[in-house]
Write a protein of this length. Sequence first.
Length: 361
Amino acid sequence: MSKIQRRRDLCGTGILHQKNINKNGERYKKNRQEDETYVLNYTGSSARKMMRAGVMTIPVVVHVVHKQPIENISDAQIYSQIEILNKDFRKLNSDAINIPDIWKSVAADTRIEFKLACIDPNGDKTNGITRTATNIDEFLIDTTPNVEEIKSTALGGKDPWDTIRYLNLWVCNLGTSLLGYAQFPAGDPQTDGVACNHWVFGNTGSAVSPQSPFGTRFNLGRTATHEVGHYLDCYHIWGDEWMEDSCSLDDNVADTPNQKLDSSGVPTFPSFEQSCDDTGPNGTMFMNYMDYTDDVGMYMFTVGQAARMHATLNGPRASLLQSPVICYNDEKSITEAMHLSSKVYDGVNKIVPVEEKISYV
Ligand SMILES: [Zn+2]
């Protein structure tokens, strides 16, 4: 029971997944199945050929929702998180040197980068950060049946910006046990994005405050790396059927060793604590971002996980890359953004005009 409690507490992605099932039932399950089929086809035998070329940049908007002053995190704390995302996803993180030799060849530069948007949904210039005062002490995932409070202005949070053009990243007080949560692709557009506890966002400000209920375990910004991994369709490394304790479940990635359950703390390599019969002689890959290891102990994605991300950016989340809301000090990109026709994933591997998108009403 303690393990299940721990798993539920740290990352809420499974809870949100279940909410989407409860809310949209067969449609959501069908969308997820079709999405998984698409991803597995994409990452299959010709994965190398099918990997997207070049560097892909995802536009980000950070919504800060605050009650206490410490929750109104500084721009510097936000910038620190964007920088961490860029380092981790490009394998430029300084602790990548700790990757065991045996896995150096499968450690991935995903070629995905993140940039704060410079154009808001109205076509006006922005710094990619919104700030909203609230009366809510702690934002929970499952107190409301449909839209989570943090994602709704009417409920005391902040409405998302067009989720097909922006990665929406909410930062707020998620309490003293939940680090963050993400929505997988092909879910409700109204609730799409990532929420992070401000105590674990970036590596400065409240993330390193002595008041942090998480101490120093999660103060290197790896929560957002993990949650954006989910947002780009990576599962937990032990395989998700969220409440199962089993080696029969997989993360559908070939180059991560099979793993029983989540790791915790900072294991020493090689670690066999969560091994299965077929895990192999090197133990589990507890240093993978999609495990539950403390921030200081996780420092890699694999090529197989990167392939899933590329599939996602080629399919259900392709619209993010067709979204010129990022400024490169270039007036042309601003002009183009004004004339962008929105496209969205239709749940069956196609990008269609937004007017034709699936209605979740
Ligand atoms: Zn997770």
